[in-house]
Design a protein. Structure first.
Length: 261
């Protein structure tokens, strides 16, 4: 099944600035990235970061346009959980303070369940507990804030799912993806959890089929997976568009954890 993805971004800056861009697919079969800053081409510098392909851009004062397109022709293969990943993604992180919800998680879930059933149960619980509400959360909100608020967007659903899983001693991480079938179309955040030594994907929002998702990057939480970070010059994001399509019909959203290539 071929998947085509694309995005375009406009950045406005009154002075020169630096940008870190994370929109490139983890393993594309073909791709193109074009950057024009103040009308002149910019050569992106790709930086190898664990779980991501980061492009560093030196932006001139004025307007910068970024255009990325790519495709994948095959679903890839499941990813094994390494010992280093097991340790990293079991610990609390900036937006996922799992140590604060250990007692709460133990009271809500049966930790003796088979791992796949436990992961699916946590994602389903988050889906029932929260109301998807655009603009309801702040960029500084943690999973505890989301739990108390009872609403959020995809990153909030992912943070709460990750936090509860880690509190139950299940390594979990956030994955930024292109999501065919998502409406309105945008970058999307889902969760990968350790299910018997393999990373399996769940999406508590159930807004797009997990079997059609295409990986951009993964990390502890949204602090590691932002699609654009701007430094210096008071640069701001302007217009943004995201598209993701597949050949043929989309499958229905999955109830069980699914391996994401």
């Amino acid at each position: 099944m071929r998947t085509d993805v694309a995005c375009s971004l406009t950045v406005n800056s009154p002075a020169p600035a630096t940008a870190l861009l994370q929109v490139a697919l983890a393993a594309p079969d073909g791709e193109q990235l074009t950057v024009l800053s103040d009308g002149r081409p910019v050569t992106p510098e790709e930086i190898a970061v664990p779980g991501a392909r980061v492009h560093r851009l030196q932006l001139a004062a004025g307007q910068t346009t970024i255009a990325y397109s790519a495709h994948v022709d095959s679903p890839g293969s499941p990813r094994q959980v390494t010992a280093a990943e097991w340790a990293e993604y079991l610990r609390p992180s900036r937006y996922c303070p799992s140590d604060q919800l250990e007692g709460y998680a133990s009271a809500e879930f049966d930790e003796s369940m088979p791992r796949a059933e436990l992961v699916a149960a946590v994602a389903a619980w988050v889906g029932r507990r929260l109301v998807y509400t655009s603009g309801s959360s702040r960029s500084v909100d943690t999973a505890v804030d989301t739990l108390l608020l009872g609403q959020g967007v995809c990153r909030d659903y992912a943070h709460l799912t990750i936090t509860l899983l880690r509190a139950l001693e299940v390594p979990a991480r956030l994955v930024a993806v292109y999501a065919p079938g998502l409406s309105p179309m945008d970058f999307h955040a889902v969760v990968e959890a350790d299910v018997d030594g393999v990373w399996k994907t769940v999406d508590a929002t159930r807004l797009a089929p997990t079997s059609s998702l295409v990986r951009i990057c993964s990390g502890r939480d949204a602090a590691d997976t932002a699609f654009l970070s701007l430094f210096g010059g008071q640069a701001t994001l302007g217009l943004m568009t995201v598209t993701a399509t597949v050949d043929g019909d989309l499958p229905a959203p999955d109830d069980e954890p699914f391996p994401l290539p």
